[in-house]
Design a protein around this ligand. Structure first.
Ligand code: NAI
Length: 269
């Protein structure tokens, strides 16, 4: 059911790779809620062609940008403002990638060039999205910027390796830039810490199926799906949450505050 929460708003949504992507669901719901959007992803992701289906469904333009390259982000904002007819009201950062995870490297055997790449793609890119937006004055007052994160920033998950540090940095950028952008333009910046979700990025992590099931058994509400996540992100783009900023918001069915559950205790009998 649509509520018109984003009626008249304009936004940029990154990271929709295929229909499992969290960003894919956010894009569909943003459209449903009345927003006009632009889609973006790394040029290499375009080759897979899936995003074109989403663009059709959302009546959205696709503007390719590698999130690590400042000039490409500048082009993204310039073209977005042209296409959408003005500054944007919301931005979704839904970008993560670790070459060390892709290659199955253990935490004690990380390749440091790849480590830098993980941090650049998954965390620094968020700062770049914000800094470029500020310099170009591309986000309207009371705008909202959201990035997706995972709880490995606070607690250790052995197979998450260098992405744990990348997410910790991402969450810190939300606080630091949230302060700055709030003072400057009343723009809010938050991270949403999502349950394990069966997407390309998610299932690439070693042992994913097991920790997906474990989280599902710990959380009293079970794991939050990508669709649920999209609903939550839409509220953060809407005016109903305009005083929420600099937060890391857990969207995980209650996992983060549960020590042990009866379901998991049952497994130990
Ligand atoms: P996904 O694989 O569908 O999305 C990741 C996206 O990052 C892809 O669209 C990919 O093309 C994009 N990307 C990678 N390098 C890029 C670059 N240089 N420039 C621009 N885009 C680039 O997977 P998912 O799960 O939807 O990931 C979205 C976000 O959600 C990520 O930040 C991820 O860490 C986060 N997240 C995912 C969870 C999960 O279990 N799937 C749990 C918590 C957070």
């Amino acid at each position: 059911m649509a509520y018109g929460l984003l009626k008249g708003k304009k936004g940029i949504i990154s990271g929709a790779l295929d229909e499992k992507s969290i960003a894919w669901k956010v894009a569909l719901k943003a459209k449903e809620e009345g927003a006009s959007i632009v889609l973006t992803n790394a040029p290499i992701a375009m080759r897979m062609g899936e995003i074109k289906k989403l663009a059709e469904a959302c009546e959205a333009e696709i503007i390719p940008a590698d999130a690590t390259v400042v000039e490409e982000i500048e082009n993204l904002y310039t073209k977005s403002m042209e296409v959408l007819g003005g500054k944007v009201d919301f931005v979704l950062h839904s970008i993560g990638m670790s070459p060390n995870i892709r290659k199955g490297k253990a935490y004690g055997d990380l390749n440091y060039d790849w480590y830098m790449k993980s941090v650049d793609v998954s965390a620094l890119s968020f700062h770049k999205f914000l800094q470029v937006a500020e310099k170009m004055d591309a986000i309207n007052e009371w705008g909202s910027v959201v990035a997706l994160t995972y709880m490995a920033a606070q607690r250790t998950f052995p197979f998450y390796t260098d992405m744990a540090e990348a997410k910790a940095m991402l969450e810190s950028i939300a606080r630091s830039y949230g302060y700055r952008y709030g003072k400057l333009k009343k723009v809010r910046v938050n991270t949403v810490s999502q349950s394990p979700t069966k997407t390309t990025a998610g299932t690439g992590i070693g042992g994913f199926d097991k920790f997906y099931d474990f989280a599902d058994k710990i959380a009293p509400l079970g794991n939050a799906s990508a669709d649920d996540c999209a609903d939550y992100v839409i509220t953060l783009f809407s005016d109903l949450t305009k005083m929420v900023t600099m937060q890391n918001l857990f969207h995980d069915g209650g996992f983060v505050n549960t020590g042990i559950s009866e379901d998991v205790m049952g497994l130990l009998d």
